[in-house]
Design a protein around this ligand. Structure first.
Ligand SMILES: [Cu+2]
Length: 407
């Protein structure tokens, strides 16, 4: 959360939070640079003795102050757009949490584990009941999420438009009645993270804070299964209602499905492996080298032929070579004179080839610069996140399956 006299953003608590923090620092660097530049010249102009009052125009200066801002704006805009699109990406979540905004409290619903629906309301703790925690930010029931596990947040509203926001993890999504917005909840560490409703929703808009508690996967899975068990017991159901026969059928079905998917994935893997490792490069090499090899062979034969001739009768061979070159040059002139359309067509074709290669090359360079620009986190950090999310996912599914068995 923010503290008094804090400059800059809160420390990131999700990958996107860290990325947004990086983007902020990066943008501030450019902005401060531009600002200092402008202030320097402003002062310089104010303090000078009008030595340039007859300076009328300068082409290169015009070009410079058009091109430089263009590149600066591109450097600011492109990484920002890339992050904006990444924010909408919810990749393969393990579970969903439904967040519903009300006037003026939030409610959280966990309904994709055990087939039951476990939900509760989250009200702000009023000053009179406050014992510890932060004023106007603490709630009676926090939204519980697992650490380093991908969870999907589904955000909607029951009455007017609200907005569910956690600044430190770069989450902000409007809760619109009749619509569902989704965000990715993947916190980097355990802790309590605060936010506030960010869409004016009525008189108590300032008093419906968001408080997320991120706990380890073990704690989360036990908590969610226990809560669902309580719900199921409450409605008279048996939480561990399973039979050996049902388990056997499910196991056979599961194994069948697994085999099918495994076979399919393996088939696709082999197909793409072959296609991209052998077929595409092979085709490229054969097609591109065939013409070249042909040209090299014919040219070598012609050169050797000519050398043999040269050793026999040098004058004749040299005279022939000169005539051949002159003939070629004459041929080009004749082509331009007799059929100018064909000649111009060939020239345009050649020029188009050059332009296309240049555009492709520039595109790849820009692409490389972009991908290096828009990531403000290092490789080791990304590896850490990916490894931990993968490990936590396994752990989560393993704990859940054990609990389903009634263990
Ligand atoms: Cu609000």
């Amino acid at each position: 959360m923010s503290i008094w006299s804090q400059l800059g953003l809160q420390e990131g608590t999700s990958v996107l939070g860290v990325e947004v923090h990086g983007l902020y620092d990066y943008s501030m660097f450019i902005i401060v640079l531009v600002f200092s530049f402008v202030v320097y010249f402003l002062l310089k102009i104010l303090c000078q003795k009008l030595t340039s009052r007859v300076y009328l125009d300068s082409q290169w200066l015009e070009v410079l102050w058009t091109v430089m801002p263009f590149w600066l704006l591109l450097a600011l805009g492109l990484p920002s757009i890339k992050l904006l699109y990444l924010m909408d990406e919810v990749s393969l979540p393990e579970a969903s949490i439904k967040v519903v905004g009300h006037q003026w409290y939030w409610s959280y619903e966990y309904s994709d584990v055990r087939g039951s629906s476990y939900s509760y309301d989250s009200y702000m703790v009023p000053d009179s009941a406050m014992e510890e925690g932060y004023r106007l930010l603490e709630v009676d029931n926090r939204c519980v999420v697992p650490t380093l596990l991908t969870i999907r947040g589904l955000i909607t509203s029951d009455d007017v438009i609200h907005s569910w926001a956690i600044p430190s993890s770069a989450i902000k999504a409007d809760g619109v009645p009749g619509r569902i917005n989704q965000v990715r909840l993947c916190f980097l560490r355990s802790g309590v993270f605060y936010g506030q409703c960010s869409e004016l929703c009525g008189v108590n808009h300032s008093f419906m804070p968001i408080c997320v508690e991120s706990v380890s996967v073990e704690v989360y899975s036990s908590w969610i299964v226990d809560s669902h068990n309580d719900v199921l017991k409450g409605v008279g159901g048996r939480p561990e209602s399973w039979t050996w026969w049902g388990l056997l059928v499910a196991a056979v079905k599961g194994v069948g499905k697994g085999l099918y998917w495994f076979g399919w994935m393996y088939g696709m893997f082999l197909y793409y492996l072959f296609y991209y490792s052998f077929y595409v490069p092979g085709k490229f090499i054969v097609v591109s080298s065939l013409g070249f090899v042909q040209w090299v062979i014919w040219s070598s034969v012609a050169v050797v032929d000519w050398l043999v001739w040269f050793s026999d009768s040098p004058m004749e061979a040299v005279w022939y070579a000169v005539c051949a070159f002159a003939g070629h040059a004459w041929g080009v002139v004749v082509l331009f004179v007799t059929s100018p359309v064909v000649a111009v067509g060939r020239v345009i074709k050649g020029l188009c080839g050059v332009v296309v290669s240049f555009v492709c090359f520039s595109y790849y360079v820009v692409e490389a610069v972009l991908s290096s620009l828009s990531s403000f986190t290092g490789d080791s950090f990304q590896e850490f996140v990916v490894d931990n999310v993968r490990w936590n996912t396994k752990k989560f599914l393993w704990i859940l399956s054990n609990r389903y068995k009634g263990g």
